[in-house]
Design a protein. Sequence first.
Length: 322
Amino acid sequence: MQPRNMSMSGVVDLAAVKAAGEAKSKAEQARAEAARQGGVPAVAPSALVIDVDEASFERDVLTRSAEVPVVIDFWAEWCEPCKQLGPLLERLAVEYNGRFLLAKIDVDANQMLMQQFGIQGIPAVFAVVAGQALPLFQGAAPETQIRETLDQLVQVAEERFGLTGIAVDPNAAAPAAQAQAPVGPYDALLEAAVVALDSGDLAGAVQAYRNVLSDDPGHPEAKLGLAQAELLQRVQSLDPQQVRKDAAEKPADVAAQIAAADLDLVGGHVEDAFGRLVETVRRTFGDDRDAARVRLLELFEVIGGDDPRVTAARTALARVLF
């Protein structure tokens, strides 16, 4: 995959992202207030690279973009070029010493952001400056070209928006890890979900897991439990023989293939489920392809991202997509 033109021309409004204008205004007010109070404290070098998701995007990207250019690295675990580009961008973020902030976004876990930015392939790199998005490049690129692009970004941010970056103190302590203690009664909710599953109340289990995720969208146990409960809920009313018959007789019927993949997974045939959906993605287009891809990603959640079968299927999916 060849990198696109790295010109900084054509600054575009990020109209698809909710409240961009509001975020910019709030950030500018916060920056003015911080200046009146003596400025913003210097950050540690480790704070120059952050992981961002849909829940934190407005706070960590849009709002921060009013004080420092934010470079966004769209990546995925299965993407080999991403594994080359990511560490390079992280090293440059530290080297540029606060002149830009690097935000890393996993496209598998943040499909909405991927769609809002119009990402067609990864790695893809954008910048957000004062609430506006600038497409930088797609694909891995030589370090010299990336440096030229970042130099242009820093110049644009300073000349057009007056952003000179953030202060960095190499001796500053790294940001303290947020406490892992749940905000709400998660133990009780998780226990309720397990009890509901044991009693066959799949709807109750789904709701209990969703209650946890409404407060903590990244809670790993709740995400896994919800994926499993929703899978069981989907296959509960299926006629296995009819589903198998439909899938065999109608290979172009995406709904039939998705239902058969659900049954495959529940039956322990993990590779068959993944292979069926990868093949369905390969031979379909538009909404049908997207439906098969989304279901495959949901089944990945059921098995867990560290499972080698998921890793292999992600690689296969990447081949048919890109």
